[in-house]
Design a binder for this molecule. Structure first.
Ligand code: IPD
Length: 243
């Protein structure tokens, strides 16, 4: 495997993410074409597909040897395989439900993983103009300004993000609600913004102290996990440590 130029990868991805942001910013104001995926509340729109296509085509033109894992490509049947090869892990619109409702907490999430570790992470909310970026070892940034996690270590003083998920399976719904029921009396506050990638980005900027979620996919965390680590936080998988 040839040496990876992280800065070049970052610059190319940043430019494409900004272009994709224009598409999302325009489309969020309009009527959407909505399809369902794994459940009636797991949604995809024509914009998710268009943005993913745009990002993959731009990145593969610049980096013909790189691999891709994209949420909508996997939904369409492509295998989700992470090897040691440089792999772009893409969620074209994280928070699709929010996007559908024109709720402005939605983002484009792009992570570049090499040898199964995150090298570049970009999470962009084009509606609120929040561009979160990180390159491994170089810190995390919001619109170019360095960010860091809150440093809060007491659960009782922590603002905690959780997620409702996209399963309507009664057992899973019950697990989600039971977790919240158990957690609420122990924390300062619970919030659910509807985008796992933005949850991570907000933890990275110190706007919340914890984010936990079950049942997410690699494209929900590929970029956000690097933001959190580069901002001085930790990322834990209940089975394996991420990155
Ligand atoms: C969803 C969001 C949500 C999480 C779901 C994801 P999508 O991603 O990240 O926060 O709870 O599990 O599927 O479908 O909007 O890209």
């Amino acid at each position: 495997m040839s040496e990876i130029d992280a800065k070049k990868c970052f610059d190319v991805a940043l430019d494409l993410v900004k272009q994709a942001g224009k598409v999302v910013r325009e489309a969020i104001k309009k009527k959407k074409n909505i399809e369902t995926k794994s459940s009636a509340v797991d949604l995809v729109t024509e914009s998710d597909k268009a943005v993913e296509k745009m990002l993959i085509s731009g990145l593969s033109e610049a980096f013909p040897d790189h691999k891709f894992i994209g949420e909508e490509s996997v939904s369409a049947g492509q295998k989700c395989v992470l090897t040691d090869e440089p792999t772009w892990i893409i969620d074209p619109i994280d928070g699709t439900m929010n996007f559908v409702h024109s709720f402005p907490y939605t983002c484009i999430s792009v992570g570049l993983w090499v040898k199964k570790a995150a090298l570049v992470g970009i999470v962009y909310n084009p509606v609120l103009e929040q561009m979160f970026t990180a390159i491994k070892g170089q810190g995390a940034f919001l619109n170019g300004e360095k960010i860091s996690v809150s440093g809060e270590t007491e659960l009782g003083k922590a603002l905690v993000f959780s997620e409702m998920g996209t399963s309507l399976d009664p057992e899973k719904v019950n697990t989600v609600l039971t977790n919240i029921t158990n957690l609420m009396p122990k924390v300062h506050g619970c919030r659910a913004m509807g985008s796992s990638a933005l949850h991570s980005a907000y933890v990275a900027m110190g706007a919340a102290d914890v984010s936990y979620t079950f049942g997410v996919h690699c494209w929900d965390t590929a970029a956000g996990s690097l933001l959190v680590k580069e901002a001085g936080g930790i990322v834990i998988d209940t089975e394996v440590s991420v990155g």
